[in-house]
Structures are given as structure tokens and as C-alpha cells.
Design a protein around this ligand. Sequence first.
Ligand code: ATP
Ligand code: MG
Length: 138
Amino acid sequence: MMEKTLVIIKPDAVSKNLIGEIISRFERNGLRVAALKKIKMTKDEAKGFYIVHKERPFYESLTDFMSEGPIVVMVLEGENAIQKVRKIMGATNPAQAEEGTIRRDFAENIERNAVHGSDSAQSAAYEIPYFFSTLEIL
Ligand code: ATP
Ligand code: MG
């Protein structure tokens, strides 16, 4: 099934100059960039994006991290894009991420873990319009 998913290159990875390396990994796996921009979220914007985690103990720390510096947000399109992106990213905790995944190679720890990818079609339907209008997705 052709799908679209929302991917974020998080502030830790952007500050390490890994934008091109990370986008290349997705492109090499057959995903297509449908929309792309570099932005910096406010604390409130980060809280809105991760609203599903508002009761979690790491919510404050996570939203501080996600608003500490620039991020790159993109819409990727491809066959089974949602699951494919999750597999290329690797497990949330880099210590548990498979070899060759983005998080295994570039994450610092379970929080500063380089990338975000929508975890379901329902999440993608919330996350894509959070950053992009229809006219920006090509
Ligand atoms: P993402 O939603 O960013 O793609 P994920 O779906 O693998 O990651 P989630 O459970 O949705 O993981 O958690 C969202 C983000 O919150 C994680 O990517 C990570 O940055 C942070 N996080 C998750 N668990 C912890 C934790 N135990 N301690 C600190 N930060 C955490
Ligand atoms: Mg998630």
C-alpha cells in the first residue's frame, strides 16, 4: 500500500550535520521525499506534537529537547512507508536497535535518538498536517 509518513531529524542529529546522511538512508531504501523543511519548534509546538505522551514521565524533558534547536521535518512516501521508516530508524533505545539502523549508528541515548517516524496511519494523519499544508506535499 502506498503510504505517507512524517519523519523528523531531531536536534541532536541536525547539530551533528547528519541531515544528508539520514535522508540518503531513506532514499536508498526506496522512499521518496514528498515535502521537506528546516524549522525550530517552540516548547509549546513540541508539546502539541507529542501530546500523546503528555502523561509520560519524559514529556517535559522530551519537549525541551525537541525545541532546543533546529529540526528537519519531511513527508516520505512509498510502499508501506510507515513500517519501512520504523525499521530503518531502529528501536527507540539505541542499545536495542539493530545493526545498520539510524538510531544504532547515530543516537546518543533513548531520548536523544536522532529521528522520529510516525508509528501508525492514525499518527501520520495527525503529524503530517501539523507541519505541512496540502499544497506543500508533492
Ligand atoms: P518517535 O515517536 O520519536 O518516533 P518512538 O515511537 O520510537 O519515537 P515513543 O515511545 O513514541 O518512541 O517516544 C517518543 C520519544 O520520546 C522517543 O523517540 C524518545 O525521544 C523519547 N523517549 C521515549 N522513551 C523515553 C524514555 N524512557 N526516556 C526518555 N525519553 C524517552
Ligand atoms: Mg512514537
